[in-house]
Design a protein around this ligand. Structure first.
Ligand code: CNA
Length: 278
């Protein structure tokens, strides 16, 4: 399929047509998929952006390879680098972006079907997206437990340790404590497996700020039914998006793309005031 293949659902392959489709009631089950790119404007680096991404800036941690900082095997022997990073990334210091708030606005309008996020920063929740709509595919910093005996570890103590840059240890068995974020080498939460099939019931998909390079999350766009518009808000084209006749590519900063869509929907003032009032 070439980029100019005529769409079957949208009037044309543009944000204008996506907005018209929403206004006409064609999208009542909007599925949103997010990644680290929606939080870079909040000051949280992503993994893979060329100069600003975490992987480009990990040299000081003396890792054997960049991904090791999130590798469960490496963590068992060397938990310190992860905790140096956790001190920087820990939730509480950051403020949701316009893109986060747009998802909350979709929910407030009764249009959000589900949000699948790879992010661990919990900013969607802080922006007001209802918890029962969020699938945290890679877990989050919200809870933590011992990697050996699995005993949960108290939030307040975790907070103290992370802010001090210390490695917390289990109070039962002295094992290492890790936030419930999914490391390389670990299974995704049951919730992801149970809900991944929701993708097939979506009638519009908004994909924002992800390189779509981590599986199985990266497989979700492929589970969307043919003819369902998939809109990509990302710095770069990823995941083969654009290959289907109803795909729309909005390449560039996702907040800018989201503001453009909000303008076309006539939601811009509401969006900005919701953001300011957080
Ligand atoms: P990634 O692989 O780093 O990709 C990020 C994508 O976003 C890239 O394609 C960038 O071009 C794009 N991007 C960056 N900034 C913007 C912007 N302002 N507007 C639009 N696009 C932008 O990150 P993924 O999320 O795809 O990878 C999955 C990993 C990253 C997950 O396991 C996450 O847990 C992990 N991660 C999460 C956070 C967070 O929670 N904020 C931060 C860093 C990494």
């Amino acid at each position: 399929v070439s980029d100019d293949t005529a769409p079957v659902t949208l009037r044309e392959r543009s944000l204008d047509a996506v907005a018209d489709h929403i206004q006409a009631g064609g999208a009542k089950n909007v599925l949103v998929m997010t990644g680290a790119g929606i939080s870079t404007a909040a000051g949280i680096p992503d993994f893979r952006s060329k100069d600003t991404g975490l992987y480009a800036n990990l040299a000081r941690l003396n890792l054997p390879y960049a991904e090791a900082v999130f590798d469960i095997g490496y963590f068992r022997d060397h938990p310190e680098p992860f905790y140096i990073l956790a001190q920087e990334l820990y939730p509480g210091k950051f403020y949701p972006t316009i893109s986060h708030v747009f998802i909350a606005l979709l929910a407030a309008k009764g249009l959000l079907f589900h949000l699948f996020t790879q992010n661990i920063d919990t900013l969607e929740r802080r922006a007001g997206v209802p918890g029962d709509k969020i699938v945290e595919a890679h877990g989050s910093f919200a809870t933590q437990r011992c990697i050996d005996c699995k005993t949960p570890y108290p939030d307040d103590k975790m907070h103290e340790h992370v802010l001090a840059g210390n490695v917390p240890r289990c109070e039962e068995c002295n094992g290492l404590v890790k936030p419930d974020i999914v490391f390389f080498g670990e299974a995704l939460p049951d919730e992801f497996r149970e809900k991944a099939h929701y993708a097939a019931a979506a009638d519009l998909v908004l994909i924002m700020g992800t390189s779509l390079s981590v599986h199985p999350f990266a497989g979700l766009p492929g589970m969307i039914r043919e003819g369902v518009p998939r809109v990509l808000f990302n710095m770069e084209r990823v995941g083969g998006l654009g290959a289907r006749s109803d795909d729309v590519l909005e390449l560039g900063d996702c907040d800018a793309g989201i503001r453009k869509l909000a303008d076309k929907l006539g939601w811009r003032d509401e969006l900005e005031s919701k953001w300011r009032e957080l």
